[in-house]
Design a protein around this ligand. Structure first.
Ligand SMILES: Cc1ncc(COP(=O)(O)O)c(C=O)c1O
Length: 483
């Protein structure tokens, strides 16, 4: 007698149920996107509210998938920023296309292990192809390559480690970056083992670009004292201001000092797809490594970062380790094992979402959407300049503009603390009433409101409405205070 088949694992799902549940999730995602413009751009929640709602013992027994989905949709997911809302102008927005979200889902569903060619030949080839597109767009020479990473921070870490190894892991290294560089550079240096005394924060000039003369002087001083300059990290769109460092001059300095030039273009790199962005980023292709972050301005879901290096062998040198249990995966240099180029052995197939977005919408639509972001930054600046009580703290650059209300009393500007309280109050109101999500920063110690406009759904009307509201609130408050 044939024994009955063993019962399926309780972790198995029935195909009909998979479809039903899967479609319910897709429906929820589509409804969310359809309602996005009418939703608030941000909603938070205090720990005090969320603890009783979500704290619970882990379920021991199976539960109802529809109930779990309902809870996710009502109790969890709405209490967060809608980073892709057309009026989310805080921090760095992100607005993935549906095609790339589906690419991500597909990669997850196929459970691709993108660490070695042996386990993912087709996906590895696609990663090579997409990286090659990026390489061409930013003007790195043929032969440059790299890998997709979880984000810009991981890419910057990869560059710092690769530069350290290329310099021979010196005893007394020094690393240079501007006072406008993203915190992930300093963090990467720390992880890579550089002590504080090896880090050189070079001042930026009045336009927030690194002071090249100060950099050259710092390098010369360090060399004279027996230090080895390991890396200069330049901004290809600083997070605060969108400003790009003078890349050609930095390339000259690095060439002369035989030092690795890294460009952190996590924020602004994809502006190279547009003529005016390419002009702003001129010199990018002379870098030895470049960080890009497609989950910022290339319409990809999180986590999609990227590191490109002029010579991928620099990454191999820094990251390749071959344990005996992976002896089967070495198929030769041509068959790239992406695990040998970075931190992760187990890696998701991130290139698929980018590839899918480009297959569906094409490069030009992506480039046009990036250009629109640059344009909307200019629209914001023009609208702000129309109000005499607004002070522009950094003009529109790659979709970012920083400003503040700066009223005067009898021709004398308010003191800084009072200005900060006024601007902070306006920002709080804009966010609380749901007009927009905005965030602030500090420029030369001054509290600055900051608009960052990268979403392909945002319009000039969105931008003008937010500026008008900021100005109206300012006038209301100044009137109240003064009155
Ligand atoms: C210039 C720059 N570099 C690096 C990062 C870090 O990128 P990620 O958040 O993807 O790790 C950011 C994030 O905003 C950034 O703006």
């Amino acid at each position: 007698m044939v024994p009955p088949p063993p019962p399926p694992s309780p972790l198995e799902s029935d195909p009909d149920e998979m479809r039903r549940f899967g479609y319910a999730v897709i429906d929820a995602l589509v409804e969310r996107q359809r309602g996005l413009r009418d939703d608030v751009p941000w909603r938070g929640g205090s720990r005090r509210d969320l603890e009783p709602l979500l704290r619970e013992p882990c379920p021991e027994e199976p539960g109802d998938p529809d109930a779990a989905l309902r809870r996710a949709l009502t109790e969890i997911l709405p209490r967060a920023g809608r980073i892709d809302h057309p009026r989310f102008f805080a921090f760095v927005p992100s607005s993935p296309t549906w095609a790339s979200v589906m690419g991500d889902l597909l990669a997850t569903g196929f459970n691709v292990f993108q660490g070695t060619w042996l386990e993912s030949a087709g996906p590895s080839q696609v990663e090579l192809v997409v990286l090659e597109w990026f390489r061409e767009w930013i003007g790195l020479p043929e032969g440059a390559g790299g890998l997709f990473t979880s984000g810009g921070s991981a890419a910057n870490l990869g560059a710092v480690v690769a530069a350290r190894e290329a310099a021979g892991h010196p005893e007394r290294p020094s690393v240079y970056f501007s006072d406008q560089s993203h915190s992930s550079i300093e963090r990467a240096c720390r992880i890579a083992g550089f002590r504080d005394d090896a880090l050189r924060r070079i001042p930026s000039d009045a336009a927030y670009r690194i002071d090249v003369a100060a950099l050259s002087a710092a390098i010369a001083r360090d060399v004279a004292q027996g230090r080895t300059p390991v890396l200069v990290s330049a901004n290809g769109g600083a997070t605060n201001t969108g400003v790009v460092d003078p890349l050609p001059e930095l390339a000259d300095v690095c060439e002369q000092a035989e030092t690795w030039l890294h460009v952190d273009a996590a924020y602004g790199g994809f502006a190279a797809l547009t003529p005016r962005g390419a002009a702003t980023l001129s010199g990018l292709g002379r870098a030895r490594s470049v960080t890009l972050d497609p989950h910022k301005w290339f319409f990809q879901p999180y986590e999609t970062g990227c590191l490109l290096v002029r010579d991928p062998a620099d990454l191999q040198r820094a990251f390749h380790v071959l344990p005996e249990y992976l002896q089967d995966v070495e198929l030769g240099f041509e068959h790239v094992n992406f695990a040998d180029r970075g931190l992760q052995l187990t890696r998701a197939f991130r290139a698929l979402k980018v590839w899918m977005g480009l297959q569906v919408h094409g490069r030009r639509a992506h480039a046009d959407a990036v250009d629109k972001g640059i344009e909307l930054g200019d629209v914001a600046e023009a609208a702000l300049r129309a109000a005499p009580e607004i002070e522009i703290l950094s003009p529109s650059s790659l979709g970012i503009v920083c400003f503040r209300l700066r009223p005067e009393a009898d021709g004398v500007p308010w003191p800084e603390e009072r200005l900060e309280a006024l601007n902070r109050g306006i920002q709080d109101t804009i966010v609380a009433e749901g007009t927009a999500m905005m965030s602030s920063t500090r420029l030369r110690g001054r509290y600055a409101l900051r608009l960052c406009i990268l979403n392909y759904r945002s319009t000039a009307a969105d931008v003008r409405a937010v500026v008008e509201r900021v100005v109206a609130l300012g006038r209301e408050r100044v009137g109240i205070v003064e009155g």
